[in-house]
Design a protein around this ligand. Sequence first.
Ligand SMILES: C[S@@+](CC[C@H](N)C(=O)[O-])C[C@H]1O[C@@H](n2cnc3c(N)ncnc32)[C@H](O)[C@@H]1O
Length: 299
Amino acid sequence: MSPPNDTQTLTTVRDFVRWGASRFREAGLHFGHGTDNALDEAYFLVLQGLHLPFDLPATYLEAALTVAERDAVLKLLRARIVTRKPAAYLLGEIQFAGFDFHVDERVLIPRSPIGELIERGYAPWLGGDPARILDLCAGSGCIGIASALVFPEAQVDLADLSAGALAVCRKNIRRHHVERRVRALKSDVYDGLGDARYDLIVTNPPYVSTAEWKALHPEYRHEPRMALDAGTDGMDVVARILEGAAAHLNPGGTLICEVGGSVEAFEARWPRLPVTWIEFERGGDGVFLIGREALLEHL
Ligand SMILES: C[S@@+](CC[C@H](N)C(=O)[O-])C[C@H]1O[C@@H](n2cnc3c(N)ncnc32)[C@H](O)[C@@H]1O
């Protein structure tokens, strides 16, 4: 059913945010791609649709929209309901670790808690600034590119199996002017990387079980299946990452890997692996860290 056309009385920025939030709740949308409720999602779409900053002083919420702006904003809000596409795909943009990234349906929408780690330069987890970083399963390249921006001397490889994801990585590399330090490489886990070694391997791989993937809300179905579904227990790609990590880390190097809500499946497979689970101030969990030497000893 299309949303009702009862928008003639809406005039201000605040009106459109409120109307959008009401329609989103009425339609039973799911929020999990950068926001977790209808009001924030509507605020994000309306403000971005009007090219306004998110820290807009409250007084401007009372500003009236022009006819063209009304049409553009209503189109976005309606598209969110009818298509069930997450807001970031409708806008083609999202912020991650304080930086703007291009996104489209070839890549997962960035939302990893690793963004918080990057903002603090991975403190207190790394011995020093990493000279060589691998962002494995890079998607949009958000983790690797944001890391490159935080460590201006680092050389960074973004690796992904998806040609579409690599095209988005390259767009984001150009956007952030890091062509001389960051490259996007096609690689099935480590298979396309030769004998390259890194000080830091950071990865947000697919880790959802096939059964869980089948039960996901429609919003997640717009994301590439290979970005989420990783087999019976969700650990197919994580297993390959762990197996090859020591061979691709320099002495003293570190692997940081997200397994999100699949911590139980991870611990069932590797009950004695001495990983450290990282705690986050802004929410999110399921990210572990392990050093090369511990990997050598235990795997
Ligand atoms: C969960 S997404 C993460 C994207 C990005 N790192 C982020 O945090 O937004 C996982 C990515 O892994 C890629 N991928 C899946 N299987 C892979 C494999 N065998 N080798 C390399 N990349 C793979 C997918 O194409 C997808 O881009």
